[in-house]
Structure formats: structure tokens, C-alpha cells
Design a protein around this ligand. Structure first.
Ligand SMILES: Nc1ncnc2c1ncn2[C@@H]1O[C@H](COP(=O)(O)OP(=O)(O)OP(=O)(O)O)[C@@H](O)[C@H]1O
Length: 261
């Protein structure tokens, strides 16, 4: 049983690339076991916030703690898995098999110049089993569909057995009929494997069905709480936040007008 109090804490974090502040006064926590959906309009600072969490950018102001440690003292990066936006866009000629791609997830642990061991291979196969892709072990990655590639990238992130997994728009490129299977996989990771999840998405209608918590941001945080409370957000609140009409579906599910594939 983990004794970690908070997986992530941000305290009044602000960031600017140049002159303009793109992330402002963000205070939020993610507790072990949560599945947090991070939503907001295009350009609202979601990817920047993820880069700050991963230590790829340094805040202009404020503090970040990972697993209860100030980020500058944090060393257990293998505890955090990351699946980036557009990870699933290998073309058909890409010269790597599914197994090779997943084993690359161990590079941060093993170092580039150490050969993979039999145990590494077993771990990679185990991760592929978790995402139900073990039968594609020797397939070239580029020959798989977008959704299948995305599962392989999740396996690559899982191979170092992280307890916190960050996914940046993982359903982009996954065809609609496989999106619900994808959420089922996330549920399995969260509920059965106890992995804390943070998922960036534009799909504000669906995420509230699956995530336990939602953060809605547009430079600053507009909502941070339980997803049931987020469902209470009115059309007007959402329209104001997105700066254009946002379509509401039944049960107050919302999705953005127009597709941004
Ligand atoms: N490397 C960069 N240099 C300068 N400005 C940047 C850089 N990356 C992003 N920005 C700007 O910072 C703001 C926030 O961008 P960010 O990519 O974090 O938003 P986002 O919410 O992830 O957007 P999207 O949903 O479209 O992916 C935008 O105005 C963007 O133009």
C-alpha cells in the first residue's frame, strides 16, 4: 500500500514562454488512485501544464511536488509513464516491431547501451498482455491501426511499472468504435492495477463518464473537482469558457462544435 499523500501538487504555478503568461496561478493536487481528466479549449495551456509536471519546463513562478517531493529533488522518473499526443502516427514502413517499441520503454532504466535481458523481454510481454496486444509481438508497428498503436505506446509507458500515467490526447487517431474499448483499458489500469491517471482530452462529454475528477482550464483553472460536479456546469458557463457555442448532448454531456482531428 502506497504511503504517498499526493502524486502531484502544484502551488500557484505560472509559466510564460516569452512575454505572455500561458499558465497562470495553477493550484491543484492529484491523489493516489484518481483518474483526472484535463480539459480546456485549444491553446489553453494543457500541454504546457503537462510539460511542467514532467520537469521539461521550469515554472516562472510557483512550486511543483511529485510524490511528495519538490520536483527538483524528484528522481523516480520511472514511476511516471507518459503517452504523448500523436504517438500513434508511425507510417507503415517504420522498421520496428511491437516488442522492440515496448522494450524502448526500459531504456531510461537500462541505459541506451546495455543489452536487453530475458527479464526485460518478459516485462515487455507482460505490458503487452495488459493492453491485450501480445499476439502482435512481432508485427511491424507501422502496420497496426491508430488504436492498436496507441495500445502499444501505453504498453511502452507501462513497462517500467509506473504508478502515475499521463496521457496527452490518447484517443486522437483511435476510431470511434474503439474509443469505448480504450476507456475500458484505462479503467482496468486505474481500478485493477491502481495506476493514477491524468488524461488530456478535448472530449468533455465522454471524460466525465470515466474520470473521477476533472480540471477544466483556460490559462487559469475554471473548475477542479469531482466529475459529477463538472456535469452540473451549465451551457452558458461552457460557452463562456470556450469562447464559442459548445454543443450539449443528452444528460448534459458536452462536446465541442466541429472536430479538430
Ligand atoms: N514552444 C512554445 N513557444 C511559444 N509559445 C508556445 C509554445 N508552445 C505553446 N505555446 C503557446 O502557449 C499557449 C498554450 O499552448 P498549449 O500547447 O499548452 O495549449 P493546449 O491547451 O495544449 O492546446 P491544444 O489543445 O491545442 O493542444 C498557446 O498560446 C501556444 O501558442
Amino acid at each position: 500500500m502506497s504511503t504517498t499523500k499526493n502524486i502531484l501538487e502544484m502551488n500557484q504555478v505560472s509559466f510564460k514562454y516569452d512575454k505572455e503568461i500561458v499558465v497562470k496561478d495553477i493550484t491543484m493536487t492529484i491523489k493516489p488512485g484518481q483518474f483526472l481528466g484535463l480539459v480546456g479549449p485549444n491553446g489553453s495551456g494543457k500541454s504546457t501544464l503537462i510539460k511542467l509536471m514532467l520537469g521539461l519546463l521550469k515554472p516562472t513562478r510557483g512550486e511543483i511536488r511529485l510524490f511528495d517531493k519538490p520536483i527538483k529533488h524528484f528522481r523516480q522518473w520511472e514511476n511516471i509513464g507518459f503517452v504523448s499526443q500523436k504517438a500513434n502516427s508511425f507510417n507503415s514502413g517504420f522498421p520496428a516491431t511491437v516488442l522492440e517499441v515496448v522494450k524502448m520503454g526500459l531504456v531510461s532504466k537500462t541505459g541506451m547501451f546495455r543489452f536487453f535481458t530475458k527479464k526485460d523481454k518478459e516485462k515487455a510481454i507482460e505490458a503487452l498482455k495488459t493492453v491485450e496486444m501480445e499476439k502482435f509481438l512481432h508485427h511491424p508497428i507501422g502496420e497496426l491501426s491508430g488504436g492498436q498503436q496507441q495500445r502499444v505506446f501505453i504498453a511502452r509507458a507501462l513497462v517500467s511499472e509506473p504508478s502515475f500515467l499521463i496521457l496527452d490526447e490518447p484517443t486522437v487517431g483511435v476510431d470511434a468504435k474503439h474509443v469505448s474499448d480504450f476507456y475500458q483499458l484505462l479503467r482496468k489500469l486505474n481500478k485493477d492495477k491502481g495506476i493514477t491517471l491524468l488524461m488530456v482530452t478535448h472530449d468533455i462529454g465522454t471524460i466525465t463518464e470515466h474520470a473521477s475528477h476533472v480540471v477544466c482550464m483556460n490559462k487559469t483553472i475554471h473548475f477542479h473537482g469531482h466529475s459529477d460536479e463538472y456535469k452540473e456546469f451549465s451551457d452558458e458557463d461552457l460557452n463562456q469558457l470556450y469562447g464559442h457555442p459548445v454543443q450539449q448532448l443528452s444528460h448534459n454531456h458536452a462536446h465541442e462544435e466541429g472536430d479538430r482531428s
